[in-house]
Design a protein around this ligand. Structure first.
Ligand SMILES: NC(=O)c1ccc[n+]([C@@H]2O[C@H](COP(=O)([O-])OP(=O)(O)OC[C@H]3O[C@@H](n4cnc5c(N)ncnc54)[C@H](OP(=O)(O)O)[C@@H]3O)[C@@H](O)[C@H]2O)c1
Length: 217
């Protein structure tokens, strides 16, 4: 499976403000680019933090033959039944764990076009989850955040490519989400090294495209 991470961050690396509300970091040209990216993948994934903060629909706006499958990484099945990601505009998979309350799982399963997949016990095991998604035919996966999920995917060495739009706004804040949050890489030698493959100006910012190299042993 090819895993592409895409996000928009402020000049100081924040995905949002300290209030964790959705912020317009890019503009219309970048929205069209992301729409085309979605149209080109089998599935689009976000963490439950992003669903709770932004309530995204994750569908392709332009008319397409098939909408990509929407995937939420949600250990405790906290996705609200009213979340836009559960509407019938596209198929959705909620990836949860064996610890999730059965009643919540059943409620999610009753949403139109939604299936629930279990991977892990207390927290979603991303290696298992991506293996299971590959078994269902997901060859190209686009991950659209947030910072906690992005960090875990890098930590599990599951990311092939990162495209990050750097917008012309400075958000600041010790606790504002950044491109990669989680526990962080404490030993620099274990931190992933990226190879810059493209730089382009879009709207009032810049799009950086990076390939993820193998970490040297
Ligand atoms: N600018 C952008 O491009 C962009 C894109 C997306 C989001 N955002 C912003 O980012 C913020 C949300 O990001 P976030 O970091 O709080 O949330 P997130 O990464 O979307 O979701 C994190 C949650 O996913 C669940 N999860 C389950 N298994 C996991 C695993 N193995 N590794 C990591 N997470 C796992 C955890 O909750 P459970 O333990 O309950 O499962 C965790 O708290 C919001 O402010 C949103 O506006 C910005």
């Amino acid at each position: 499976m090819y895993v592409l991470v895409n996000a928009a961050m402020s000049v100081d690396g924040k995905l949002s403000t300290v209030r964790r509300e959705q912020v317009a970091i890019s503009g219309s040209e970048d929205f069209r680019r992301v729409d085309a990216l979605r149209a080109d993948v089998d599935a689009v994934m976000v963490g439950i933090g992003t669903v709770l903060a932004d309530d995204p629909s994750l569908t392709v706006d332009e008319p397409v033959a098939h909408q990509p499958t929407r995937i939420v990484v949600d250990s405790r099945a906290r996705t609200p039944p009213t979340a836009r990601i559960l509407d019938d505009a596209a198929p959705t998979v909620v990836v949860t764990t064996t610890d999730a309350q059965q009643a919540r799982v059943e409620q999610l399963q009753s949403a139109p076009s939604t299936t629930v997949l279990s991977a892990g016990t207390d927290r979603v095991d991303l290696v298992k989850a991506l293996d299971r998604l590959a078994d269902t035919g997901v060859d190209r996966l686009l991950v659209e955040g947030g910072g906690e999920l992005i960090f875990s995917l890098f930590a599990a060495e599951l990311v092939d490519e990162l495209s990050v739009y750097v917008g012309n706004v400075l958000l600041g804040g010790d606790h504002a989400p950044t491109l990669a949050d989680g526990a962080g890489f404490t030993a620099p030698e274990t931190a992933p090294r990226l190879e810059l493959i493209d730089v382009s100006e879009i709207d009032d910012g810049v799009l950086l495209t990076w390939a993820v190299s193998e970490v040297e042993p």
